[in-house]
Design a protein around this ligand. Structure first.
Ligand code: BGC
Length: 726
């Protein structure tokens, strides 16, 4: 549709000012159907006759722009008049703005540009199409500055605009693709819960919840008043600034909105930026502060909520809600690590550890399909997977174990959760190249080269060492075995020859056991080393002794974990799969530092990046990277669904076509229940304890195997109830 349209941009150097394009057109006949197709390199917002077209926020979304950019399509039939004005405003966004902590531009498109086609299908069967070209007029808009991290400056006063013909620019049109991901929308509105005057006399509004989006506010101030607000996730917890606004963890992201009033009663919301926050500080504000004039607007990909979990422990319930909020806060077109600092990137490792929980919580099939397609496009010739997708960091970070494995683990999980065979076929080459890339770097079947993030942020090494104490070559070799094992399954499903990969698998496992397990014990004395060996099935005959040793390590540490990004997602599974469910429960229910509930007790409303984001003495972890909205450790939700309530996929009948239900009750909870709205239908699992009796209630959408202790029941669609003794 857009092949006949031209990319247009501002006709001169507008500096930071966002350009606006205008086109007037008349409709002379009755219109049956009118559609507009729009895309941008940058971000666009369209208005027709003064009304916003569509509800896509930050359109056209973030893809690997050098390869592809999405086109959105909107029905505008009901918006047309006899005389019409189409206005398109453009922000720099991800494509033409500076990104990362290095504040760099990454794409070969210096200036934002927009492209559109407006198609009119008349009642009489004829058709007209209007294409963007130099007949569009361009001017400076009132948005004087706009940046994904730093916020927006808007002068809303009416101005005499100087309109000039737009400039046609030769950006490629073969990168245009139909919308593939989910639409990003305004999903929810939240009102402030309190207005605080801090010890530094700052005026701060608290929305009671860390979220991602922006604030819309109403003002009636006289024209020319300058209003300014900043956003932050937390307040200082201790020290002389206790209770004051804390922004150091934003690492320079200004997250600031500046607005110059026009004297009318107006409601303003920024257009081409978003913030991660719970609090806003009114840096400049004239007139009374009325909390009711402010609304936090939650913005993310419009993914459908599918999973629930609840139990008798309110703190665990809050933890689960925090996981949901962190997923919402970071599933904004791509899976970002965090939504507040000068980063907000599609870190592959984070996505990989969380995808199982994430795919139960919400329907993320479409969301990940788009992101994985970008991954395949950005994979290096060596097969290495960039650390972030879309890749704005460059080669030097590509190829880390556990991060690159997102190439295999993510499509595999989409297959398990949604029964999506197509994603396996679509990503097959990408998986293969990644497995080959790992295998090509081994010596004696141990992968001991390359740059790795290790057990990122584990607590078993000095605080600022980041990579944890688990040897990098152990992690790398374990992931080679694991990803290859999944790849072999994929190959079999797709009917490919897997012989070479099976041989590679056997060699890797032998080498792993030779190198890392001695006399039934892991050579590396870290929880994560044990967890990986157990969860990936690499222990051979030493399984029981490795599991016992892991259990001993955890109990000797006061039922506390030391694991980072790599070990944490599997830690509870490695214990409960091997007869130590009670210890796994102890970790989940642990309230002392470090633990999930420690963060809850500290008032967390989302998942923290660091176990010690706020230390026991109230001080903050280094401002270098201390996000309070980082979903990775939220991977524990998959243990709540999968072990507490026992909901498991069956790889031979994926998409929950056949379900395995194997709940593990624990006396420390009086009930637990979970449900997933699966592709096969609604699935729920609940247990409750009274005296020594556990009552289980299931509702299954089709065939299911129910395992209660030693008993196995094969059942069909419907409700099922059992009892057992504790
Ligand atoms: C990100 C992480 C990421 C890590 C990799 C951090 O800056 O926030 O979530 O996985 O780097 O080393």
């Amino acid at each position: 549709m857009l092949t006949q349209a031209s990319w247009i941009k501002a006709p001169g150097d507008f500096g930071d000012v966002c350009p606006v394009f205008k086109k007037t057109f008349a409709v002379k006949k009755g219109v049956r159907q009118a559609t507009i197709f729009l895309s941008a390199l940058g971000l666009y917002e369209a208005q027709l006759n003064g009304k916003r077209v569509g509800d896509f926020i930050l359109a056209p979304g973030w893809t690997a722009y050098q390869h592809r950019v999405q086109v959105q399509q909107y029905d505008i039939t009901g918006m047309l008049n006899a005389e019409n004005i189409l206005e398109l405003t453009l922000g720099r966004g991800w494509c033409c703005g500076e990104l990362t902590w290095e504040s760099k531009r990454f794409y070969p498109f210096d200036d934002p540009a927009v492209i559109c086609a407006l198609q009119l299908n008349y009642d009489d069967g004829t058709q007209d199409t209007l294409y963007s070209d130099e007949s569009f007029q361009a001017a400076r808009s009132g948005i004087l500055y706009s940046h994904i991290y730093h916020g927006e400056v808007c002068d809303s006063r009416p101005a005499k605009r100087k309109w000039e013909p737009a400039l046609v620019i030769d950006y490629p049109r073969d990168i245009l693709i139909p919308q593939q991901g989910e639409v990003v929308r305004e999903i929810e509105e939240i009102k402030p819960v309190r207005l605080i005057t801090t010890p530094m006399n700052e005026k701060v509004l608290d929305f009671g919840q860390i979220l991602t989006g922006y604030v819309k506010f109403r003002t009636t101030q006289p024209a020319g008043s300058l209003l300014e607000i900043s956003h932050a996730e937390v307040l200082w917890v201790t020290g002389p600034r206790k209770g004051c606004f804390y922004t150091a963890n934003l690492r320079g992201a200004k997250q600031r909105i500046t607005y110059i009033t026009n004297g009318q009663d107006t409601e303003y919301r920024p257009r081409f930026t978003y913030q991660g926050f719970r609090y806003i500080r009114l840096d400049k504000w004239t007139g009374d502060i009325n909390p009711d004039d402010f609304t936090a607007v939650v913005v993310h990909s419009d993914i459908r909520r599918t999973g629930t979990f609840e139990c008798s422990n309110e703190k665990v319930n809050r933890l689960f809600q925090n996981i949901i909020w962190s997923q919402r806060g970071n599933f904004l077109d791509i899976p970002t690590d965090c939504p507040q600092r000068v980063e907000r990137l599609g870190w592959t490792g984070d996505a990989q550890v969380f995808i199982r929980a994430g795919s139960y919580n919400f329907d993320v099939q479409k969301f990940f399909t788009k992101w994985l397609a970008d991954m395949a496009l950005e994979q290096l010739d060596t097969g290495a997977i960039p650390a972030v997708i879309p890749d704005v960091l460059g080669r030097f970070t590509a190829g880390s174990a556990a991060w690159g494995d997102a190439a295999v683990i993510c499509p595999w999980q989409l297959y398990l959760t949604y029964g999506d065979r197509d994603i396996l076929a679509a990503q097959y080459d990408c998986m293969k190249k990644w497995v080959d890339c790992m295998a090509s770097q081994t010596e004696d079947d141990i992968w001991d080269t390359g740059i790795h993030f290790g057990d990122w942020l584990a607590l078993d090494l000095a605080e600022d060492s980041y990579r944890g104490a688990t040897p990098l070559e152990l992690i790398a070799t374990a992931f080679l075995a694991y990803s290859n094992a999944l790849f072999i399954k994929v190959g079999k499903i797709l009917g490919r020859d897997t012989t070479d990969y099976e041989a590679l698998y056997n060699r890797t496992v032998r080498a792993f056991q030779r190198e890392f397990i001695k006399d039934g014990r892991m050579v590396a004395d870290t929880q994560t080393a044990h967890v990986l060996a157990l969860y990936f099935g690499l222990c051979g005959d030493s399984r029981q002794s490795v599991a016992r040793h892991l259990a001993e390590m955890v109990t000797a540490n006061g039922n506390r974990l030391t694991t980072g990004f790599v070990g944490t997602p599997y830690l509870l599974h490695a214990l409960s799969d091997n007869g130590y469910a009670e210890i796994a429960y102890s970790l989940l229910l642990q309230e002392q530092y470090p633990s999930w509930l420690y963060c809850v007790n500290r008032g967390a409303t989302t998942i923290w990046e660091h176990w010690n984001g706020i230390r026991e003495d109230g001080s903050f972890w280094s401002s270098d990277g201390n996000s309070f909205n980082h979903y990775a450790y939220g991977a524990v939700a998959d243990w709540m669904y999968g072990v507490v309530c026992g909901i498991r996929t069956d790889e031979d009948a994926p998409g929950f076509e056949h379900v395995v239900l194997k709940p593990v009750a624990d006396r420390r909870l009086s009930f637990a229940s979970a449900s997933i709205d699966t592709r096969a239908g609604k699935l729920s699992s609940k247990w409750s304890i009274e005296g020594d009796t556990v009552t289980y209630e299931f509702e299954v959408p089709g065939r299911a195997t129910i395992v209660i202790g030693e008993q196995i029941f094969e059942v069909e669609k419907g409700a099922h109830r059992y009892h057992s003794q504790l």
